[in-house]
Design a protein around this ligand. Structure first.
Ligand SMILES: Cc1cc2nc3c(=O)[nH]c(=O)nc-3n(C[C@H](O)[C@H](O)[C@H](O)COP(=O)(O)O)c2cc1C
Length: 310
C-alpha cells in the first residue's frame, strides 16, 4: 500500500494533506474537526496581535469554479491560537501543527514573532507575507526590499522553524528575484500560493461580495495552473533545505498528485475544504493513493518534483 507520509525539516507527517489558512481554522471547534480528519496537520487562521472582526458580509462566495473572498483577517488573536497550540502539544506529543500569523505593520510582525519565540510553542510558524498591509503599499511579498528587510530582522531573533506564505508571482524575473532573497535565509518552507488577489465576480448586474466594491481573492479551479507554476518555479530555484507547500485549486487526488509532481512536500486545501468539509481529506488521500498504486509509486519522494518536460 503506498504511503502519503512526508517530512519538512526532519519533522514527519503521516499525511501530506492539510487545510489552507482561513478555512476550518478560525476556532478550536473548527480546528478539532481537522484534527479528527485524515489530514496530516493543520494551520490556524492567520493571527494578528489583537482579535479582529474582519470585513462586512457577504465576504465569501462559492462559485462553480472556486471562490472569491475579502475576509479582512477575522481572527481570535495570536494569544488564542498560541495557547491552544501549546495545549495540543501536551496531548499529541508526536504531532506538529502550524501557526499562521501576520502583522498590520512590520512592528506587529516582530512583536508577534518575539512572543512565539519566547513561548513553549515548538511547531512551525507560517508567516503570511501575502495579505494587504499598509494602504497605498503592495502586499509585503510584492515589495522585495521590504520582504528582505523583514526576513533579515526576523532571523536575527527567531530561532524556531518558520516558513512564509506567498502570493502568486506572474513573471519569470520575479521568480528569480524572490528566490534569490529567500535563499539567503534558513526558511523551513515557502507556501505557494495565497489567493490570486483582486478578482471580480459578477452575477446579473452586481458584484457578489460587499467589501472593496466586490474585489476579492480568488481560490479554486481558477488558480490551479498559477499555483502549480509557482510551486514548480520555486522548487527549481530554492535551496533544497527549503520545502515547498503547495496550495491552490486542489479538489481531487489528481490535483494533489500534480502539486507533488511540481515539487510540493505538503499540500493544502482551501476552497474545496470549505465546500466539502473535513471529510474531503479522506477522499483526497484515497484518490492520491489510487494514482500512486496505478503508477507503481510507494512513496511521495519517488515522484516529487519529477515533472516531465517536452
Ligand atoms: C475564506 C478564506 C480565508 C482565507 N484566509 C487566509 C488567511 O487568513 N491566511 C492565509 O495565508 N491565506 C488565507 N486564505 C488563502 C488560502 O489559504 C489559500 O491560499 C487560497 O484560498 C488558495 O487555495 P484554494 O484554491 O484551495 O482555495 C483564505 C482563503 C479563503 C477562501
Amino acid at each position: 500500500m503506498p504511503t502519503t507520509q512526508t517530512t519538512i525539516q526532519h519533522v514527519s507527517f503521516e499525511n501530506c494533506l492539510m487545510n489552507a489558512a482561513g478555512v476550518y481554522c478560525y476556532s478550536k471547534e473548527e480546528l478539532e474537526q481537522v484534527i479528527n480528519s485524515s489530514a496530516g496537520s493543520f494551520v490556524t487562521k492567520t493571527a494578528t496581535l489583537e482579535a479582529r472582526l474582519g470585513n462586512p458580509e457577504p465576504r465569501y462566495i462559492n462559485t462553480s469554479l472556486g471562490s472569491i473572498n475579502s475576509m479582512g483577517l477575522p481572527n481570535l488573536s495570536l494569544h488564542y491560537y498560541l495557547e491552544y497550540l501549546i495545549e495540543l502539544q501536551e496531548i499529541y506529543k508526536e504531532r506538529t501543527y502550524f501557526l499562521s500569523l501576520t502583522g498590520l505593520n512590520q512592528e506587529d510582525i516582530h512583536k508577534s514573532l518575539k512572543q512565539v519565540q519566547e513561548s513553549e510553542f515548538n511547531g512551525f510558524v507560517e508567516l503570511n507575507l501575502s495579505c494587504p498591509n499598509v494602504p497605498g503599499k503592495p502586499q509585503i511579498a510584492y515589495d522585495f526590499e521590504t520582504t528582505d528587510n523583514i526576513l533579515k530582522q526576523v532571523f536575527s531573533y527567531y530561532k524556531k522553524p518558520l516558513g512564509i506564505k506567498l502570493p502568486p508571482y506572474f513573471d519569470i524575473v520575479h521568480f528569480d528575484q524572490a528566490a534569490e532573497i529567500f535563499n539567503r535565509y534558513p526558511l523551513a518552507f515557502v507556501n505557494c500560493i495565497n489567493s490570486i488577489g483582486n478578482g471580480l465576480i459578477i452575477e446579473d448586474e452586481s458584484v457578489v461580495i460587499k467589501p472593496k466594491e466586490g474585489f476579492g481573492g480568488l481560490g479554486g479551479d481558477y488558480i490551479k495552473p498559477t499555483a502549480l507554476a509557482n510551486v514548480h518555479a520555486f522548487y527549481k530555484r530554492l535551496n533544497k533545505s527549503i520545502a515547498i507547500i503547495g496550495t491552490g485549486g486542489v479538489k481531487t487526488g489528481r490535483d494533489v498528485f500534480e502539486h507533488i509532481l511540481c515539487g510540493a512536500s505538503m499540500v493544502q486545501v482551501g476552497t474545496a475544504l470549505q465546500k466539502e468539509g473535513p471529510e474531503i481529506f479522506e477522499r483526497l488521500t484515497r484518490e492520491l493513493k489510487a494514482i500512486m498504486e496505478e503508477k507503481g509509486y510507494k512513496t511521495l519522494e519517488e515522484f516529487r518534483g519529477k515533472l516531465n518536460y517536452l
